[in-house]
Design a protein around this ligand. Structure first.
Ligand SMILES: Nc1nc2c(ncn2[C@@H]2O[C@H](COP(=O)(O)OP(=O)(O)OP(=O)(O)O)[C@@H](O)[C@H]2O)c(=O)[nH]1
Ligand SMILES: [Zn+2]
Ligand SMILES: [Zn+2]
Ligand SMILES: [Zn+2]
Ligand SMILES: [Zn+2]
Ligand SMILES: [Zn+2]
Length: 310
């Protein structure tokens, strides 16, 4: 059981399509297998690059670097965690092959709860219309509230409820793709469960990881949740319309992410007002816009360009 995020072995993901008026998407409910457990009790010791240390775990942290853990009272947790990730990575590779075979591009959208993933997706699907042939796989612990919002935008959408699970994994995505049955050459947006910790650990076989961080969350999120930002291909700083009212330094946030991740690109936008979304549409089109190019390079002009955006 994940001590911090509540991810647990009770999870039994439910996968089902929502009916879109005028679209022929088969409804489907697939009972899930037992989900996994990961993480560990306080006070365990572990090894990083040869040296061993122990520290109390008042945090949950991913172990993407493959460092090993030992814990006296429950040693069976260690191989379970490793096996789980190894199995996931294998299934993710299978998804990658499946997607490549259909020339389908899957984008894994991750963020903390409420940073604006669904709002951005609804705007994107509405504004891009037929220019972007896209479906959505919605991950949430409970409810199909977000999927309903997508459905109203007239796009095929499959809901995955993870129950106690705090992230989507490659097996859930495979079942979501089976239910969605995306068209050849289309785009699949995957809205991951709102959580900045565990989703970073689980490769889904996606083409890119898009991390949304909103200005109401604080610009220190990259330091607090480094693995999420290390994994990002694109970081969207959302709710830019609220910058005048909150303590959020865009430049500082970008610098913090850049220290963790040399290749991430950046976009600053507002999903509700639509300010800056053109650069996101350009990114989806594969034509980097001026905003993205300048922010993404982090050469000299970065500071000025982002300060201008304030
Ligand atoms: N001011 C402002 N509010 C926004 C913006 N984007 C989203 N919101 C609001 O933030 C709240 C959460 O937005 P959602 O789109 O539901 O966020 P989410 O990331 O999908 O949330 P989860 O699915 O719970 O993880 C809603 O009340 C949105 O209206 C924005 O750019 N500016
Ligand atoms: Zn977790
Ligand atoms: Zn988990
Ligand atoms: Zn540690
Ligand atoms: Zn640990
Ligand atoms: Zn959402």
């Amino acid at each position: 059981m994940c001590a911090t995020c509540g991810c647990g072995d009770e999870a039994a993901p439910r996968v089902y399509s929502l009916e879109v008026p005028g679209l022929d998407v088969p409804g489907q409910e697939v009972p899930g297998p037992q989900a996994h457990e990961h993480s560990h009790e306080p006070g365990h010791s572990h090894t990083h690059d040869g040296h061993t240390h122990s520290h109390p775990h008042d945090h949950a942290h991913p172990h993407a670097d493959g460092h090993s853990h030992t814990q006296a009272n429950t040693p069976e947790l260690i191989p379970l965690e490793q096996n789980l990730l190894a199995k996931n990575d294998l299934l993710a590779e299978r998804n990658r092959g499946w997607l490549a075979g259909r020339k389908v591009r899957a984008l894994n959208m991750m963020s903390s709860p409420g940073s604006g993933k669904t709002t951005l997706l609804v705007r994107t699907l509405t504004e891009l219309g037929d220019r972007l042939q896209a479906g959505v796989i919605e991950g949430d612990q409970e409810t199909s509230l977000d999927a309903e919002r997508i459905r109203k935008a007239g796009r095929p959408v499959v809901q995955i409820n993870t129950g106690a699970g705090c992230h989507l994994d490659a097996d859930m995505l495979r079942r979501g793709l089976d239910a969605l049955d995306p068209a050849m050459g289309s785009t699949v947006f995957i809205e991951n469960v709102g959580n900045l910790v565990c989703p970073a650990l689980f490769d889904l076989g996606e083409a890119a990881k898009v991390v949304v961080v909103s200005v109401t969350e604080g610009d220190d999120k990259p330091q607090k949740y480094p693995h999420m930002f290390m994994a990002a291909d694109l970081v969207i700083i959302n709710k830019s319309d609220l910058l005048p009212y909150v303590e959020f330094d865009v430049d500082e946030c970008v610098r913090r992410i850049r220290r963790l991740n040399a290749h991430a690109q950046f976009l600053v936008l507002s999903a509700t007002t639509g300010d800056g979304v053109t650069a996101w549409y350009d990114w989806l089109d594969g034509h980097p816009s001026r905003t993205e190019t300048r922010a993404g390079s982090l050469a000299g002009p970065l500071e000025e360009s982002l300060t201008d955006a304030h």
